[in-house]
Write a new protein. Sequence first.
Length: 183
Amino acid sequence: MLTTLSLSALAGLLVAGSLTDIEYRRLPNWLTSAVAVLYGIFVIVSPTPIDWLSACIVAGLVFGAGFIAFSFHALGGGDVKLMSGLALWAGPDHIALFLLVTSLAGGGLAIFTLITRQIPKPQLDWFHAPICGFIRNKFCDLTATASSPPSSHLTQSETAGSLPYGVAIAAGGFAIIYALQQL
């Protein structure tokens, strides 16, 4: 029961992170920290023993690789922290699944973004406006940062070279949740 609650809370965090990343191209520290803290709770309440030490090593390796990608501006800092937190959940047993699903989802996201950037903006307003309005109304207090006021969302020119990769990372996270439910 408590493990299901932990996995449900993780799913909620992944949805919130995806929506926030779509709107602001940022993953807040509270969210990435909550993913890691929630793993600690999951380890405690899990009815089966969890090799948390190996999971920490895997997360450290993912963080190291992510830090290198961050230094070359290939990933954002929030993306690296979220991937590292989810690598804890994946551990050595599910890290390949996590990385594969995240990579495939990232490729699909890149293709989707390239296609939608070719469509004139007024034709996308039916899709974009409701999502952005929902995020602003429901998550503005949680996603506020000094550099990104919650009352404004990013324009097309501000997001020209970026992807909300948190969405792809969340897809990998949902694959982990599915795999952990099978145990």
